[in-house]
Design a protein around this ligand. Structure first.
Ligand SMILES: [Mg+2]
Length: 390
């Protein structure tokens, strides 16, 4: 019988060049506190975690996560690895429940669930490799010929630079775009006008036949969002993303009764957490990230629940674990896509760690029917730009 013999968590600390971000490039949850020093630091992350699960016959599955990698590594090493070793990877639902229930007192959200996610993704990659099928084929197969993606960047900055970026993305064939707000409650009415000018400027470039998503990354509060929504309505956003902090479920539900669909969920965890969002009608678009929410085992269940609520799922982050789930569900209409770019915020790091992530072509991407597992391997091309903690 195939048995798991090792679980290896590694932290990849980027020491290569970074593009210094500009001031007010994206609002974030720390904007509302009195920060001394770099107020944008909680938004940037230059570390990633890989989790390899190896069987007694030498097959290796790879998962990854990006939240608090050094702490997640510790949770895997000290807590979860021993629960997984000796198990048959095809008992993934049992392994998941074991990890979830044995760490329930502290692990059901945040670091614990992120560690569970990384291990679970590795186990699904492993199952695909062991049966010689891509993961999406194990989840139900193709529901689309290819996956439409939206261009996710357009950080708040000088208006002409944002317009130039939008023009280039449009020329590359994208039909949907997400831009970030740079100003929030402490910037007052003047900041509101700065935000609106940038939305208008992007609309000016992309017109009204293409989708525009707007992202606040928890950097607003309820009062500010209530005041912004009427001003944003005329720009016809497809959604407004994470206007308030993830815990403000009632705030989400109130805003989601308004004229602009509210998107969120990238900071929610587990089937029951996402189910609560859906039952509360807190979001019109659910955006779990497989590498936070509980891995593919949990995400597959969440997809089914969201489908029953008729709420589309558009996972956070353009990464393979999310693409495979999106390919296999009709209820996942589009994927987020981070364009390949020099390392700035940190969203781009996985391109430097893995080989095999698909690049968008004309606003679409494709998964390979013949590549077993998730279709990515750890790369050795950029090893000189990382410190690796094993
Ligand atoms: Mg987001």
């Amino acid at each position: 019988m195939t048995k798991i013999k090792a679980v290896r968590a590694k932290v990849w600390n980027w020491i290569g060049p970074t593009v210094p971000p500009q001031k007010n490039f994206c609002t974030n949850a720390t904007d509302l506190i009195c920060e001394r020093g770099d107020a944008m630091s909680s938004f940037r992350f230059h570390q990633w975690l890989t989790c390899e699960v190896e069987t007694n016959d030498g097959a290796v599955g790879i998962g990854n996560a990006a939240l608090a990698p050094t702490v997640v590594k510790k949770a895997i090493d000290d807590w979860y690895a021993c629960m997984v070793i000796g198990e048959d990877p095809f008992d993934c639902a049992h392994i998941w429940e074991k990890m979830y229930r044995r760490s329930h007192a502290w692990g059901r959200k945040g670091v614990g669930m992120t560690a569970i996610s990384a291990i679970d993704i590795a186990i699904w990659d492993l199952m695909g490799k062991l049966v010689g099928k891509p993961v999406f084929k194990l989840l139900g197969g193709r529901t689309k010929d290819r996956i439409p993606v939206y261009y996710s960047k357009l950080y708040s900055g000088p208006i002409d630079a944002m317009q130039t970026e939008a023009e280039a993305a449009m020329a590359a064939g994208y039909q949907a775009f997400k831009s970030r707000f740079g100003f929030g409650p402490r910037d007052g009415m003047a900041g509101m006008r700065e935000n609106l000018k940038r939305v208008e400027a992007v609309r000016e470039v992309i017109g009204y036949d293409r989708d525009l998503m707007l992202e606040a990354y928890m950097g607003w509060n309820l009062d500010y969002t209530r005041r912004m929504i009427p001003k944003l309505e005329k720009y016809e956003p497809r959604w407004l993303e994470e206007p308030v902090i993830a815990d403000d479920l009632d705030g989400y539900a109130e805003l989601n009764r308004g004229p602009i669909p509210i998107a969120g969920g990238e900071h929610e965890f587990s089937l029951l957490g996402c189910s609560q969002l859906l039952r509360s009608k807190a979001v019109s678009v659910l955006q779990y990230d497989t590498n936070r929410v509980g891995g593919i085992t949990a995400a597959q269940k969440i997809n089914a629940v969201a489908e029953a609520h008729q709420i589309p799922v558009v996972p956070h982050a353009g990464q393979m674990h999310n693409y495979h789930l999106t390919m296999a569900s009709l209820n996942c209409p589009i994927s987020e896509y981070f364009p390949v770019f020099d390392v700035e915020v940190g969203n781009e790091l996985f391109y430097y760690i893995f080989e095999g992530d698909p690049e968008a072509d004309g606003g679409w991407l494709q998964l390979d029917d013949s590549l077993p597992g998730l279709g990515i391997e750890i790369s050795d091309r950029h090893l000189d730009k990382f410190e690796i903690f094993e």
